[in-house]
Design a protein around this ligand. Structure first.
Ligand code: GLA
Length: 454
């Protein structure tokens, strides 16, 4: 497996060429953000750099990263943009396209973990007071500073920046929090000439989420954001941190490149709640660990760290009957999902989109039945997607407590599928559907590239 040691700035030229090809960010979006920052800082637009930090999807490998499982991921052509200039001193000044207020602090201030974050959906601040909003969205910038400081990096340069997310996509299970965390890390590193590798930034973003915010999640999100390459499936072993990019075959039987053969549908449920405000995520992590502890104990390995990746498949098979039903379901999800990832990587590498899709849908079902992470409207949306024309496979995105479902769909039928899903969801869940912008209730996206500074 390759190790990722390139500093992000060296990726710059290569990626800027692809900007138009990938349709996000558009030249207009890019110009607007540079203009905003130039005005804020009293500088020329040519001084402004922009971090492009895409959202991720995880077709296979849901809920197993925190147990050291192997996951698959890719980015999409939507995400976070952070325009910035070095401030010339230690001050940080930030404005947001979605939040009110401004965030100000100094990179000299020593940051401490804030485990009790509430309302941390950093892009949508509706319903909270200005003070709450400031506290909430500023936490990701402070968290990035915390991560860098806690590993001995001394920052002298602050930034003046403007951050914005793709419209209507916040708190949707597309990893907007990791995309924001990564964006601030890359901006601080660029302003302070700290050439850190993607691997180091995966760890730094883990510190933001696990230590600073107190969410016990795995490294799926930031790995996808930092490592993915257009057209490939990123495979990450969350225990060893080894990764590889799985290329599809160059041409499909009908002569098309695989990346042109499918589209990614995002179908939104209307439910929004940040993971840091929902105890469900950390509770599931604790259940997986309890299952691992019992299985390790039953096999005479009680001293080993209680993670399901430390339990051999044979040990699981031999002792699973000793687990009470809830824990047995969590463990079943882990072991069956690892298997689906393995088969999915093979299907992807041989261009078998139908097989790949079936595995995604099976993964979605296991999330519902074994991991029990769905909720009524999301399950309904998943079932509608399975019936939509041209859909290869579908599942919840992210933790599955809110947000959207993703689907891989035959590119030539993507528009039909999107209309079908929108109409059916409106019929079945009118209350949730009424919360959605009809223009963006179902989006047709393409694969994206990795986070970078332009
Ligand atoms: C969230 C977490 C990830 C991962 C997914 C579920 O996105 O941040 O670490 O656990 O849920 O696969």
């Amino acid at each position: 497996m390759p190790s990722s040691s390139e500093p992000f700035d060296s990726q710059f030229g290569d990626h800027s060429k692809k900007m138009d090809e990938l349709s996000w960010p558009s030249k207009t979006q890019f110009d607007e953000i540079r203009k905003m920052v130039a005005e804020m800082a009293g500088r020329g637009t040519e001084d402004v750099k922009v971090v492009v930090s895409p959202y991720r999807i995880c077709p296979l490998g849901a809920h197993i990263d925190h147990q050291g499982g192997t996951v698959s991921a890719m980015t999409i052509n939507r995400g976070i943009l952070l325009g910035f200039v070095p401030s010339g001193d230690s001050q940080v000044l930030l404005h947001s396209g979605q939040f009110k207020g401004e965030v100000r602090f100094s990179v000299d201030e020593f940051q401490h973990p804030r485990h009790t974050v509430i309302g941390s959906n950093q892009v949508n601040g509706s319903g909270s007071s200005k003070v709450d909003e400031e506290c909430s969205w500023g936490n990701y910038a402070r968290g990035a500073l915390y991560a860098l400081q806690s590993r001995g990096n001394h920052l002298t340069q602050g930034i003046i920046g403007f951050i914005c997310g793709s419209e209507d996509l916040d708190s949707s299970g597309l990893s907007s929090s990791a995309a924001v965390g990564v964006a601030y890390l890359l901006a601080f590193e660029s302003a302070n000439n700290l050439p850190l590798s993607p691997t180091e930034n995966i760890e730094y973003d883990r510190l933001v989420e696990n230590e600073y915010l107190g969410l016990r999640n795995g490294i799926l999100d930031q790995s996808a954001i930092l490592l993915s390459r257009y057209g490939c499936l990123t495979c990450m072993n969350c225990k060893t941190k080894e990764y590889k990019l799985v290329h599809p075959p160059k041409f499909q039987s009908h002569g098309n490149q695989m990346e042109k053969a499918y589209k990614i549908l995002l179908a939104f449920s209307g439910l929004k709640q940040a993971l840091t405000t929902n105890p469900g995520y950390n509770n599931r992590v604790a259940e997986c660990q309890e299952a691992a502890r019992l299985l390790l104990h039953a096999s005479g390995n009680g001293g080993v760290e209680p993670l399901l990746s430390n339990v051999e498949l044979t040990v699981y098979e031999k002792h699973k009957s000793k687990l009470e039903p809830t824990l047995a379901r969590r463990a079943e999800h882990y072991f069956s999902e690892n298997m689906r990832v393995k088969k999915g990587l093979e299907a992807w590498a041989s261009g078998k989109l139908e097989d790949f899709g079936k595995l995604i849908s099976a993964s979605g079902l296991s999330s519902i039945q074994n991991y029990e992470s769905g909720c009524g409207p999301l399950i309904e949306l998943y079932e509608i997607l399975l019936r939509a024309p041209g859909v290869y496979g579908a599942r919840f995105s992210g933790a599955g407590f809110r947000g959207c479902c993703i689907a891989f769909v035959d590119a030539s039928r993507a528009t039909k599928a999107a209309s079908f899903v929108k109409e059916e969801y409106q019929k079945r869940q009118p209350d949730q559907a009424s919360k959605l912008n009809p223009e963006s209730a179902v989006l047709i996206c393409d694969a994206g590239d990795c986070a970078r500074v332009i």
